[in-house]
Design a binder for this molecule. Structure first.
Ligand code: XIL
Length: 303
């Protein structure tokens, strides 16, 4: 193929990008999006603070525009994200146990219900584990008020709300197979599969930089999750750097995914460097003038 999306499709996979609604009027941005990518994730527009800023008051305009653009172009859509401790409106933090449970389930029902049948995969729960060596659950309002059962409750609710979407658990710093956090997520997914909790995929965000580069055992991590009977998706890829060094890291990630049959797709977390959430690290595949970087060429060669 001559584009990322087309080449990935030839390998039975997708290649996506995170998209910001407020860029959809920029012609270079839209031209590159439409040409190169066959999957779209809303960078912020489906998050809880954007979609339910006050209780029961749902706002779907910006998310709808992204979904409609993607589907109008024949692209698939990843839903990001139903339950996350961050970008969570203040009103959720103040709820007691019963109200938090009903607010969480209602939020999932409203989001997954609105886009029912239109979402390839939902990040049902995002970032529920602590960093560091403890392997513990993050001390979020969900964990505090609802206890250990909240993650599986979210997955069961999501399955009912959109039975056709693949349901993913998504996290970062879960790339190195030897890390406690990776093992903690692995153990949760294994337990879910053993007990019939509905989970279909694990998303590895894969935000890499000099402090946390692509680990040498990255493919082992992908394969280990896949061996549990779930798909693996690389959901928010970006890699700090430039030139050939950055290109080789992107090549390694792409090759690892292609080497794992259940690694079904890669999403990069933005299109041109200067719109990245980490713009100072120039972590993406296009420069600020939408020129293809060496990293782009490495990915396309590998695909
Ligand atoms: C980031 C967005 O890129 C930023 O625009 C926003 O200000 C903060 O969130 N993990 C995730 C993503 O799951 O939703 C985050 O996206 C990056 C880290």
């Amino acid at each position: 193929g001559t584009t990322l999306g087309q080449s990935a499709a030839e390998k039975g996979r997708y290649f996506g990008a995170a998209v910001a609604n407020h860029r959809l009027g920029e012609s270079n941005y839209v031209t590159t999006l439409n040409r190169e990518f066959n999957s779209v994730t809303a960078e912020n527009e489906m998050k809880w603070d954007a979609t339910e800023p006050s209780r029961g008051n749902f706002q779907f305009g910006n998310a709808d525009r992204i979904v409609n653009h993607a589907r109008g172009q024949g692209k698939m859509v990843r839903g990001h994200t139903l339950v996350w401790h961050s970008q969570l409106p203040g009103w959720v933090q103040g709820l007691d146990t019963n109200n938090l449970r009903s607010a969480m389930n209602n939020h999932i029902n409203q989001l997954a219900g609105r886009y029912r049948g239109q979402i390839h995969s939902w990040d049902v729960v995002n970032e529920a584990f602590e960093d560091g060596g403890s392997g513990a659950r993050r001390n979020s309002v969900f964990q505090q008020r609802l206890g250990n059962g909240w993650i599986e409750e979210a997955f069961r609710t999501a399955r009912q709300a959109d039975p056709n979407a693949k349901l993913c658990y998504n996290d970062y710093n879960t790339d190195d197979w030897s890390h406690a956090k990776t093992q903690a997520v692995y153990n949760m997914v294994r337990d879910f599969k053993n007990r019939g909790v509905p989970i279909d995929c694990v998303g590895l965000q894969s935000h890499f930089n000099n402090q946390s580069p692509v680990p040498g055992n990255y493919q082992t991590t992908l394969q280990s999750f896949a061996n549990l009977g779930v798909d693996v998706q690389i959901t928010e890829l970006d890699i700090a750097g430039s030139g050939q060094q950055q290109a080789e890291s992107y090549r390694t990630v792409t090759r690892a995914c292609l080497n794992v049959s259940r690694c079904t797709g890669i999403t990069v977390w933005g299109i041109p460097d200067h719109y990245s959430w980490r713009a100072d690290q120039t972590p993406l595949l296009f420069d600020r003038n939408y020129n293809k970087k060496p990293a782009y060429n490495a990915v396309l060669e590998e695909l």
